[in-house]
Ligand binder design. Structure first.
Ligand SMILES: Cc1cc2nc3c(=O)[nH]c(=O)nc-3n(C[C@H](O)[C@H](O)[C@H](O)COP(=O)(O)OP(=O)(O)OC[C@H]3O[C@@H](n4cnc5c(N)ncnc54)[C@H](O)[C@@H]3O)c2cc1C
Length: 322
């Protein structure tokens, strides 16, 4: 399906059966029949969800939801059978997938340079979205890039010698790098599709876009991550490894205290817009609080929700005006 078709895909046909040995190409005919359309009226089809149904003993099968790209006027001018399918709940309207880039970046981002702190899943996706939106991004991480991180981990496994800055949690990809890469929370969010598509473009299996038990695998993550880094570097993102955020520099002014810069473990303070995305494991490592009020402004688009303490929720992405 092309990008423009994907943007207009807003109809989901639910619960189509698919035999274990059947080819997915049969879904077009089944979706058309269920939706009361002819196959020619379907401009694009994408599997939205595929799950194994093993409830009937001896007769396991897949249950599939497919997303259709249809004429924009289908609801008004389409066949009655389509409206009946809509009314019966077998076809449902869906929000079109969102884009990872903003058509118009938030005012605080225009012409700005942003530092993303942390190269875990949240940091990488935030940096990617910013870079795609034309923002100049620096990503800093206390740990090393993947190859060096792998060597440190091998040392730890072999000898028990822990490197506090290069381990299972710290370094390129954050805790995500050595996770199983199970990605089936299946939050129904318009950003899900572009994020999974990005991972597929970097070498993750295509099925992750719809498989109810989607799994990338730690081994594959080690191919996906460097490719993702390469794509981000091509967009101008600069990665600074072995650079720990140690604190904030505040400026006192007439309007009160204002966040001015971040204090890294090496070099002089960086005066930028600031996006701390430290992961739930790292909050306690930072001796100063993450700013929660005042000048720092919570961005409307959050890519990671901390499941840790309630006080940490919703504060993953914090931007400060210069
Ligand atoms: C063993 C394991 C298995 C898991 N398996 C799964 C799974 O299968 N599926 C799943 O969905 N989730 C899994 N998870 C959870 C998942 O990895 C996390 O939810 C995810 O990594 C959180 O992403 P994040 O970007 O918020 O934080 P993190 O991944 O923790 O990334 C934070 C980054 O910030 C950096 N950082 C921290 N402090 C500083 C500082 N002061 N200065 C600079 N950089 C800093 C760190 O080095 C790190 O790279 C697993 C986690 C673990 C530990």
């Amino acid at each position: 399906m092309s990008e423009s078709e994907s943007a207009s895909a807003q109809w989901r046909v639910l619960n189509l059966p698919l035999g274990l040995d059947e080819d997915e190409s049969v879904l077009l005919g089944r979706a058309a029949e269920r939706a009361g359309l002819s196959p020619e009226e379907i401009r694009g089809l994408r599997i939205g969800h595929k799950a194994l149904d093993a409830r009937k003993r001896g007769r396991p099968r897949f249950v599939v939801h497919v997303d259709l790209a249809l004429d924009a006027k289908i609801e008004d001018r389409g066949p009655d059978a389509f409206r009946r399918a809509l009314g019966s709940g077998q076809v449902a309207r869906r929000a079109a997938p969102a884009s990872l880039a903003w058509a118009t970046p938030h005012a605080s981002l225009q012409g700005a340079r942003v530092v993303v702190v942390g190269s875990g899943p949240a940091g990488l996706l935030a940096a990617l979205a910013l870079a795609r939106s034309g923002v100049v991004v620096d990503v800093l991480d206390r740990g090393p890039a993947l190859r060096e991180r792998g060597r440190a981990l091998a040392r730890f496994i072999g000898s028990g010698q822990l490197d506090p800055e290069a381990n299972l949690l710290f370094g390129e990809g954050g805790a995500g790098t050595y996770s199983d890469g199970k990605i089936y929370t299946r939050v129904d969010h318009p950003l899900e599709a572009p994020i999974l598509d990005e991972l597929v473009a970097c070498g993750a299996p295509a099925e992750i876009a719809y498989d109810a038990r989607a799994h990338i695998g730690t081994d594959r993550l080690h191919t996906v991550l460097p490719r993702l880094r390469g794509r981000m570097e091509a967009l101008g993102v600069k990665f600074h490894w072995g650079t720990r955020l140690e604190g904030w520099v505040w400026a006192e002014g007439a309007g009160g205290r204002r966040l001015k810069a971040l204090r890294p473990s090496r070099g002089s303070p960086w005066v930028f817009n600031i996006t701390p995305i430290l992961g739930r494991y790292a909050r306690t490592q930072l001796e100063c609080p993450i700013p929660s009020s005042g000048t720092p402004e919570r961005h409307p688009m959050a890519y990671s929700r901390d499941s840790g303490s309630p006080s940490a929720r919703g504060r993953k992405i914090v931007l400060a005006r210069r």
